[in-house]
Ligand binder design. Structure first.
Ligand SMILES: NC(=O)c1ccc[n+]([C@@H]2O[C@H](COP(=O)([O-])OP(=O)(O)OC[C@H]3O[C@@H](n4cnc5c(N)ncnc54)[C@H](OP(=O)(O)O)[C@@H]3O)[C@@H](O)[C@H]2O)c1
Length: 325
């Protein structure tokens, strides 16, 4: 049978653009050995990290997807079941090593696409960032950036569930309205207000926990609003992802870190894999009870993968960016 794949065609320089990618057709061999399956993509994830860590030019762009098994010689993955795995930007994949896929969690009436967002890697990132890295406590003041995105919407809601005062910064009115609806105490469009204006209104007492998704100038500036012994979880640095890898991505004001005795911790979600089953159970429960709300920006068609990806760097997604095949 035939399938399509997106390859990295030219190395990134600055923001991703259509010229970085090429769509190719490929033959998918239908003759299966024991254990092998063929999957058809249903939902594909586009994520900011893909700009930073990805394949060499000429290879299939990597990424996670939810796919339906359409041919199988594996009793664990019967025809018709939904699996997830890092199968790359392909719409038909022959999986020769079944250890790279797993059945999607039992989500009941919820959309399987959530396994790529709130109930997948981004939601898990928010969970461990808030609970394991920042270890938030009730009554603390919590700030999150990219607050209208896949990770930020969840991080703010978890901090709120734990009794924090939650302040979100996002790049549009629509995103700010959404997170206010989700229960954030304050939402500011960072393109329209200064940190000083925002925090003098929302956090005159200072900031205890900062969930950093953007890095750069915003992060440098927030340090002077942090309380002594404040904690910063460096989750992402969106503002630097499109810089040349040799370009300095900013200098932290070390004197402020010292004087305020701040804890600044970068983290990778995959270091917390042991926490995943407990997180998933709790997150499914919270979603079903309506305590964690979510939104997805769904782009239709495998042919539009690149547009959906580019949109992340322009802020066009609200909540999790997903491509539906
Ligand atoms: N540490 C980990 O293990 C881990 C795991 C997953 C994700 N992450 C990181 O978490 C962050 C959020 O990821 P996500 O999947 O939830 O993405 P997202 O927030 O859904 O989408 C990215 C958002 O970044 C904002 N943005 C784009 N360019 C920007 C710039 N120059 N300055 C400031 N903001 C900019 C845009 O929102 P606005 O409209 O608000 O500008 C855009 O919608 C990313 O940095 C990602 O790499 C880290």
């Amino acid at each position: 049978m035939k399938g399509d794949k997106w390859i990295l065609y030219a190395k990134f320089a600055g923001e991703p653009s259509p010229g970085n990618f090429k769509l190719l057709e490929e033959d998918v061999d239908e003759n299966l050995e024991d254990g092998e399956v063929i999957c058809q993509a249903v939902y594909l994830s586009v994520d900011p990290y893909m700009r930073l860590y990805n394949v060499e030019v000429g290879n299939v762009f990597s990424g996670e997807q939810v796919a339906k098994v359409i041919l199988s010689k594996n009793p664990d993955f019967k025809v018709g079941c939904l699996v997830q795995g890092y199968l790359g930007w392909r719409n038909v994949t022959k999986v020769t090593d079944p250890s790279i896929i797993k059945l999607i969690p039992q989500l009941g009436d919820l959309s399987p696409s959530l396994a790529l967002g709130t109930l997948g890697m981004p939601g898990f990132t928010a969970y461990v960032g808030v609970l394991n890295v920042l270890k938030v406590k009730a009554g603390e003041t919590f700030v999150v950036t990219s607050a209208g995105g896949a990770v930020g919407t969840v991080a703010g809601q978890i901090a709120k569930l734990k009794g924090c005062k939650v302040i979100g910064f996002a790049g549009s009115k629509e995103k700010c309205d959404l997170i206010k609806e989700y229960g954030f105490d304050y939402a500011f469009n960072y393109k329209e207000v200064t940190l000083e204006q925002a925090l003098s209104e929302a956090a005159p007492e200072g900031v205890d926990c900062y969930f950093d998704n953007v890095g750069g100038e915003f992060t440098n500036n927030i340090l002077s609003f942090m309380n002594t012994n404040g904690r910063i979880a460096v989750c992402g640095t969106m503002s630097t992802y499109t810089m040349d890898e040799n370009q300095p991505s900013g200098l932290l004001p070390y004197r402020t870190i010292l004087l305020k005795a701040l804890m600044v911790q970068g983290f990778h979600v995959f270091s917390f894999n042991a926490e995943w089953p407990a997180c998933l159970n709790e997150m499914i429960q919270w979603v079903k009870e309506g305590k964690i709300k979510y939104q997805e920006t769904i782009t239709d068609g495998f042919g539009n993968m690149v547009d959906a990806f580019i949109g992340l760097f322009k802020g066009t997604n609200i909540g999790k960016a997903i491509v539906k095949c």
